[in-house]
Design a protein around this ligand. Structure first.
Ligand SMILES: Cc1ncc(COP(=O)(O)O)c(C=O)c1O
Length: 481
């Protein structure tokens, strides 16, 4: 009606209206009358009432099933839930996307398990939180022993250079304690940008790189979405997935504990939003090379974000390993993370960072709290970053000691896996892994048991100083009699 009035005004206006109507109405060129709209709304109301009836019916069946379940045991049957989802996804019709269907049904599963838990008076979290195994990290002390060698957390046993330690003592902080630090660490971001030749505006700092992993999950995942990570990947990945309400989909590694592009792609569903890949991985020590990363990124739907976690990247000297940041220019959905906790020896200060496309950096910055990294961490990170001679020495020393140590382990008939990073992986059987772990503990040496990584037959040993590794080896020799 409105259009017909305008049509009489002038030919210019007609042209304008035609263009306008094309834009506004797209192909249909049809404006709905108020009555028609009301009618459709009534239709929606009817459908919603019907959905409510169906939900009541579903709830009553769920409650009946619940009465037959053992209330002492968990009422959640994840296998059955996946079966239901797979069946529904095959039948899905209509315009709602498959990932919407997945999320709606995961919400229904959650509601159903709440129904079956009988107790309505308790504080309840989302279901994924209940199943989190709190991250314990490597053991830090041994009862009754004060002189210990700690090789359990992949820290750098070398502190920063002595000259840096001296400079740190001279940092004037007394009059800064009552002030907030730089809100997003611009000075450090500029230094990182300068050193790596990258744009400081696209660097996001985190309280450890762990925090960036969380930012990514918070940014891209809703309840019921899926995060893909390796079966034996870094322990925080499943924890972070659960924190944001997502479901972990596990990549099966090959016989060398390596994830392949194919094995990653196999886990993709309509619900996938994020992929965590530690490169190299902790604790398996394997990595995807540059060609494989490009292959993966080209094969992935662009709505899925990949976070390549480079916590140990500086330790890798292999030619096919990509230490650069240029892939971010080619792939908008790629995030690269780095940390000051490992090769830079600042684990205690909790500082890490990410580099990504401008679009993703902006998203992460929306999730990041202000002042998430502190004044000391920012100041000291700048100092260690500018001491690359020391970093190069740390990397060189790590290789020398690691190569020597692993040869000696093999001489003791202990099997080691090929790992890239600052740690060795001993593979044995569960009994021997436990025995070796306890024997080393008796001698004041803490290494990492890998039960929580579903590798109870393995031990991870961080490469410490030469002296620490010699002592560890002597203890292992004693074990072997
Ligand atoms: C693969 C991997 N990513 C991230 C981290 C966390 O590092 P940050 O200290 O920067 O939080 C670790 C720590 O062990 C790790 O092994």
């Amino acid at each position: 009606m409105i259009f017909s009035q305008y049509l009489f005004i002038s030919s210019n206006k007609i042209e304008f209206i035609l263009i306008y109507s094309k834009i506004v109405c797209k192909d249909s060129c049809y404006i709905m009358s108020k009555n028609e709209l009301e009618k459709l709304r009534e239709n929606i109301n009817e459908v919603d009432d019907h959905i409510l009836d169906l939900l009541a019916k579903r709830a009553s069946i769920v409650s009946k099933i619940g009465k037959h379940k053992n209330s002492n045991k968990t009422v959640v049957d994840l296998v059955r839930e996946e079966e239901i989802l797979n069946r529904l996804l095959k039948k899905t019709i209509g315009n709602y996307s498959k990932d919407t269907i997945i999320r709606i049904w995961r919400e229904l599963f959650q509601a159903s398990s709440n129904l079956q838990m009988f107790n309505f008076s308790e504080i309840k979290t989302k279901r994924t939180i209940e199943s989190i195994n709190i991250y314990k990290g490597g053991q830090t002390s041994i009862k009754g022993k004060s002189n210990i060698i700690k090789l359990s957390s992949n820290e750098n046993t070398n502190s920063p250079n002595n000259s840096i330690l001296k400079e740190i003592k001279e940092i004037k902080f007394q009059n800064k304690l009552n002030r907030y630090p730089e809100i997003s660490g611009l000075s450090l971001r500029k230094e990182i940008g300068n050193f790596h030749g990258i744009d400081p505006e696209r660097i996001v700092l985190g309280c450890g790189s762990d925090e960036i992993l969380l930012f990514a999950a918070l940014s891209f995942c809703k309840d019921g979405d899926e995060i893909i990570h390796a079966e034996h990947g870094f322990e925080m990945y499943p924890v972070i997935a659960k924190v944001v309400g997502a479901v972990s989909k596990l990549i099966k590694e090959d016989e060398n504990y390596k994830v392949t592009v194919k094995s990653i792609l196999n886990q993709i569903t309509e619900g996938t939003k994020l992929i965590f890949i530690a490169n190299p991985n902790n604790p398996t020590g394997t990595y995807l090379n540059r060609v494989e990363i490009i292959e993966l990124m080209n094969a992935l739907p662009k709505n899925i974000t990949v976070l390549l976690d480079g916590a140990y990247a500086e330790y890798v000297i292999e030619n096919d390993f990509d230490k650069g940041f240029d892939l971010v220019e080619k792939f908008e959905n790629l995030i690269l993370t780095r940390t000051f906790s490992k090769v830079y020896g600042l684990a205690g200060l909790r500082i890490g960072w990410s580099y990504s496309s401008e679009k993703i950096a902006k998203i992460l910055n929306k999730v990041k709290g202000p002042f998430n990294t502190n004044f000391f961490a920012q100041e000291i990170a700048i100092k260690v970053l500018n001491d690359q001679n020391h970093i190069n020495n740390v990397v060189k020393l790590n290789h020398e000691i690691k190569n020597w140590f692993e040869k000696e382990l093999n001489n003791l008939n202990l099997k080691t896996r090929v790992t890239f990073g600052n740690f060795s992986l001993i593979e044995s059987n569960i009994k021997e892994a436990n025995n070796i772990f306890n024997h080393l503990l008796d001698d004041g040496i803490i290494v990492r048991k890998l039960d929580s990584y579903n590798l109870p037959n393995c031990l991870r040993i961080t490469i410490g100083t030469m002296k620490e590794m010699e002592t560890t080896l002597e203890s292992l020799k004693k074990y072997h009699g």
